[in-house]
Design a protein around this ligand. Structure first.
Ligand SMILES: Cc1cc2nc3c(=O)[nH]c(=O)nc-3n(C[C@H](O)[C@H](O)[C@H](O)COP(=O)(O)OP(=O)(O)OC[C@H]3O[C@@H](n4cnc5c(N)ncnc54)[C@H](O)[C@@H]3O)c2cc1C
Length: 457
């Protein structure tokens, strides 16, 4: 016989999404369980680049990383062209964090405030009674546990342990196509030589090294760095670990590793947000809700943002005693999709185009000032393509010389569809009754866009 625990809210997964939600809800007076399969030293254990923008903390009221959780202050990003001859310096404050220390602090604050934490507890599946989601089944050691709750939260990351086991006809159960994810791998290492400018994290765009992604060197101090790469899934590209060993390790700046502290890889979704983060008695946030930035793959801050909106929607749902999609839970969708989601959908359109460019085209675009540092920053903040269109007009002949006269037209198309995608998400349906129609419009927009660019994946 399984033990049964009754709660108001059960949060499955205590990574950036789940532990932020537990933290946000800790003083709500609700009875909350936070469940994760790892032990306390495995909290926030997913491999990551460890970089996060400061604005996320201000936007969500989450505590700034400090003490053991703060590894390094970031002043900006240096973006390198494929030849590395062009460097765009994009200023913007952020942090290199020690994920486990930050996650442990959140979990401990939540626990102190009364949230029940169940670690080393593996959640197997959602439990439905008469078609209604009522709980989850879990195992801890030899013990079977049934967690029952009015709101069940899937914060299990890309695997979406609950989402993917919900009835197929629920729109939250939306598959993730391999081409819409990056397979990433990173090592945290001590380097032999001092790192130059350790307060600037470095991104290297190079389709031959990291096809459909990029490789990075993010300093955690003047001698320790997180170095890794991501490649687009589903296209038959080599595994990033193989590329790391065979190509990156041959570089002096990467290869002079005197100690390896951590070494692992994982998949990260790089697409527009899931069609819905909410259904009856269900909330799904973080990587399983595809809340990652499609262009740079950063997901911690957006998981925190989704958790912030989720906490407000959940509190209102309890005030209204309505846990259906027709009640206040829907406000999570409205808050997230019409804010961050609109920007991410637009950046997804950009991402699809970027993944098709050759090194030569990227080099040329960066060299000729088609995208400047401030434009790159603006595009990532607003989700609108801030390319230098006046330059584009002047360099028509150069486009011809490059053998890509169509590139100019493509950029105009990309910019137009970025706006359209953003518009659709800004008009995210007020009620679930209009969701189906909205999904059809989004899918039609993406089909049309890919058709225009001749993309078949
Ligand atoms: C190599 C790499 C580099 C990255 N770099 C960055 C970066 O620099 N900056 C950034 O912001 N983002 C980065 N990301 C993305 C970021 O790591 C994720 O977006 C973020 O961790 C998502 O948080 P999450 O809480 O949704 O999921 P996760 O971090 O995956 O947490 C999910 C939790 O659920 C638990 N869980 C899973 N299944 C079960 C189960 N059955 N039962 C109980 N518990 C379960 C897991 O143990 C885990 O604790 C990177 C990703 C990768 C792979």
């Amino acid at each position: 016989m399984a033990k049964q625990f009754d709660y108001d809210v059960v949060i499955v997964g205590l990574g950036p999404a789940g532990s932020s939600l537990a933290y946000q809800l800790r003083k709500s007076g609700l009875r909350i369980a936070g469940v994760d399969l790892v032990d306390i030293n495995g909290i926030w254990g997913k491999p990551c680049g460890d970089a996060i923008g400061e604005h996320h903390f201000h936007e969500t009221g989450m505590p700034l990383p400090s003490g053991e959780a703060l590894a390094n202050n970031v002043e900006g990003i240096d973006l390198y062209s494929p030849s590395e001859e062009v460097r765009l310096r994009v200023k913007g404050k952020g942090f290199m964090i020690n994920r486990n220390a930050y996650g442990r602090m959140l979990v401990s604050e939540a626990e102190k405030a009364g949230v029940d934490i169940y670690l080393e507890t593996y959640v197997r599946n959602p439990v439905l009674e008469d078609g209604k989601l009522v709980g989850v089944k879990a195992v801890r050691g030899d013990e079977e546990i049934l967690f029952k709750a009015k709101v069940i939260v899937d914060a299990t990351g890309t695997s979406g342990v609950l989402r993917r086991r919900l009835p197929k006809e629920w729109p939250v159960n939306e598959p993730l196509k391999p081409v819409d994810m990056n397979i990433a791998y990173r090592r945290i290492v001590k380097l032999e030589e001092e790192i130059e400018d350790p307060n600037y994290i470095r991104i290297y765009v190079n389709q031959e090294i990291a096809p459909g992604g990029y490789w990075w060197l993010f300093p955690k101090s003047s001698s320790v760095a997180n170095i890794g790469l991501g490649v687009q899934g589903g296209r038959g590209y080599p595994h990033p670990k193989k590329i790391y060993d065979e190509i990156l390790m041959k570089r002096r700046d990467v290869g002079s590793q005197v100690e390896v502290y951590a070494d692992a890889g994982a998949a990260v979704p790089t697409r527009r947000p899931a069609n819905t983060l909410v259904w009856d008695n269900f909330v799904g946030i973080g990587d399983n809700g595809y809340t990652v930035n499609p262009v740079h793959g950063g997901g911690m801050g957006y998981a925190m943002n989704a958790a912030y909106h989720a906490s407000k929607a959940i509190i209102e749902a309890f005030q209204a005693n309505d846990f259906t999609r027709y009640g206040p839970l829907w406000k999570l969708n409205l808050g997230y999709m019409r804010g961050i989601g609109a920007k991410q959908a637009s950046l997804d359109i950009f991402r699809i185009y970027l993944q098709e460019l050759s090194n030569e085209e990227i080099e040329w675009g960066l060299k000729n000032g088609i995208m400047k540092a401030e434009d790159a920053y603006d595009t990532s903040v607003t989700g609108e393509l801030k390319a230098n269109f006046s330059v584009l007009d002047k360099v028509k002949t150069l486009f011809k010389l490059l053998g890509r006269p169509s590139m100019l037209q493509e950029l105009v198309t990309v910019s137009r569809y970025m706006k359209k995608a953003k518009e659709l998400y800004l008009n995210y349906p007020e009620t679930p009754g209009r969701l189906e129609d909205w999904i059809e419009r989004v899918e039609a927009l993406y089909r049309e866009y890919k058709g225009k660019l001749g993309i078949t994946w």
